[in-house]
Write a protein that binds this ligand. Structure first.
Ligand code: ADP
Length: 253
């Protein structure tokens, strides 16, 4: 079966700095993959490449079997047009550390905006779908609140509803709980966990080691722009092979 995400020999540079130095991994349909590793190892950059928020210079990313970000013309890599970028970006649903909701809009309008503007859905249909997902994340009662009237955990749940309502092939979570007060972390992790249990394909960058161990089918450990080790959580967490991962787990548990 075609993987939902396939990353082949991905390289990314910021100026002189090699941030991703040849990344290979796949995500099958319904799989939950957690990316762990020290700060600065390239986790966020990798996720941003999957969402086309970063250009990459070498290697290939396929979402649902489609190469994203560029096409080959007469043997040359050619960056695709913005309209095409927008279409391909919508194949993945990104949830950011800082929520990134539109502050002047209600929770409901934050969710309907992409549906009406990007998907061209009639407003009534978009509201119905938005209500479904707001209910799913436990935010239906607050659908008319603006972000400033919501807690961080509630804002993040709206952000999850907004991303998932667009029906992406895969959800990408970039440290979705890092900006939350400790007492709000659990409610967001529970939301993510329940979506995972329903079979949503996901890639999570996370510092929540226990959560990664519980929820993931596969864990990817990054070290200085490379994947140092990947495999099932039981193996990585209980029997880490590389000394780097052993050291990392000691400091982060
Ligand atoms: P992680 O998510 O593992 O903490 P990042 O992907 O955020 O790592 O960053 C990896 C490296 O890339 C770091 O050295 C960081 O400083 C650098 N980096 C990230 N974004 C940029 C950028 N926009 N411009 C220059 N350097 C960047």
């Amino acid at each position: 079966m075609t993987p939902i995400v396939e990353v082949r020999d991905l390289h990314k540079r910021f100026g002189e700095l090699d941030v991703l130095k040849g990344i290979d991994f796949t995500v099958a349909e319904g799989e939950v993959v957690s990316i762990i590793g020290a700060s600065g190892s390239g986790k966020t950059t990798l996720l941003r490449c999957l969402n086309l928020l970063e250009e990459f210079h070498q290697g290939e990313v396929l979402i649902g079997g489609e190469t994203i970000g560029y096409s080959i013309r007469r043997g040359q890599r050619v960056r695709i047009r913005e309209q095409e970028v927008a279409r391909q970006r919508a194949m993945t649903g990104m949830v950011f550390q800082a929520f990134n909701l539109f502050p002047h809009m209600s929770a409901l309008d934050n969710v309907t905006l992409g549906l009406t503007k990007v998907r061209g859905m009639p407003r009534s249909e978009a509201v119905e779908l938005a209500d479904h997902w707001l209910e799913r994340v436990g935010m239906l009662e607050r659908r008319d609140h603006r972000p400033s009237q919501l807690s961080g955990g509630q804002q993040q749940r709206v952000a999850i509803a907004r991303a998932i309502a667009m029906n992406p092939k895969v959800m990408l979570f970039d440290e979705a709980t890092s900006a939350l007060d400790p007492e709000r972390v659990g409610e967001v992790l529970e939301t993510i966990r329940s979506l995972a249990q329903e079979g949503m394909t996901m890639v999570l960058v996370t510092h929540e080691m226990r959560f990664a161990r519980d929820v993931s089918d596969k864990v990817v450990f990054m070290e200085a722009g490379r994947i140092a080790e990947q495999g099932p959580p039981q193996r990585l967490f209980l029997h880490p092979e590389s000394p780097r991962l052993q050291a990392f787990l000691k400091t982060s548990s």
